[in-house]
Design a protein around this ligand. Structure first.
Ligand code: HPA
Length: 266
């Protein structure tokens, strides 16, 4: 049995057989949403071989249960490329989601904005991305399935559903391009200017490997950024992980409203 099949069986034994309709990966400072799900929480440490999210501000457990009447699988934290240098670290969790019969994935992250009209506390819906970190989670994958088309990687239908939900909630949800930097150091002002010239609207240290892996695995995927700061050099504010964790809840409250409405509409 494959590792993902083994872990999916373990998860089903604890949380029940019904397939989750939506998988949700929570970014830095957004782990609180995992507490809102009525269901079974499984610490990552109970899932042998499961990558441990070692970043403060994450909530390292998988919660499977109901949110707004929809069965969801919520990952309270993710592993980042910058933790071990392996961009494929989230492959097993996403394989497990597929194994559980989950069809769609929503990724969330904390990000820096490059746009004057999107500020700290605002949300941005990704309509495309730039893998500026240069790594790819499918390097070493031997099958021809590795040649994944990413022309429409960010699912149009999920995006439309999220936009409608945001509109109904009166929450601004502009679309934009997310540029993936490896981190863990923040960007320099010159890198932020470069990213802007390349066509980016926001920058962050996650999400892109998971979008690529999700498409490889045939999961429909979309992603929302919670903006915690302006990109380096664009404002006088201090950029730090502490600041990210302090600011994330502002946008997280909006994200939760949008997500709850999206689920009710499913
Ligand atoms: N850059 C990269 N990642 C981030 C930022 C940023 O400015 N803010 C929150 N996560």
């Amino acid at each position: 049995m494959s590792k993902s099949a083994e872990l999916a069986a373990l998860i089903r034994a604890r949380a029940g057989d019904a397939p989750p309709q939506l998988g949700l990966i929570l970014g830095s400072g957004l782990g609180h949403l995992a507490e809102e799900v009525q269901g079974v929480a499984i610490p990552y440490s109970d899932l042998p071989g499961f990558p441990h999210a070692g970043v403060s501000g994450h909530n390292p457990k998988l919660v499977i249960g109901q949110l707004e009447g929809v069965r969801v699988a919520v990952f309270g934290g993710r592993v980042h490329y910058y933790e071990h240098g392996n961009p494929a670290e989230m492959r097993l969790p996403l394989e497990i989601l597929r194994e559980l019969g989950c069809g769609q994935l929503l990724l969330t992250n904390a990000a820096g904005s490059l746009r004057a009209d999107i500020g700290p506390g605002d949300l941005m819906l990704l309509n495309d991305h730039i893998a500026f970190a240069g790594a790819n989670p499918l390097i070493g994958e031997p099958s021809d399935a590795r040649f994944v088309p990413l022309t429409e990687a960010h699912d149009a239908e999920i995006r439309a559903g999220l936009s409608a939900a945001a509109k109904a909630e009166g929450v601004a949800l502009p679309e934009g391009v997310y540029c993936w930097f490896s981190g863990p150091s923040f960007e320099t002002p010159a890198e932020i200017r470069a990213a802007k010239i390349l066509g980016a609207d926001a920058v962050g240290m996650s999400t892109v490997p998971e979008v690529i892996l999700a498409r490889f695995l045939g999961l429909r995927v979309a992603a929302v950024s919670v903006v915690t700061n302006m990109g380096a050099g664009l404002s006088a504010e201090n950029i730090s992980h502490e600041h990210t964790k302090a600011m994330a809840p502002v946008g997280a409250a909006k994200l939760e409203r949008v997500l709850r409405r999206y689920l009710r509409n499913l």
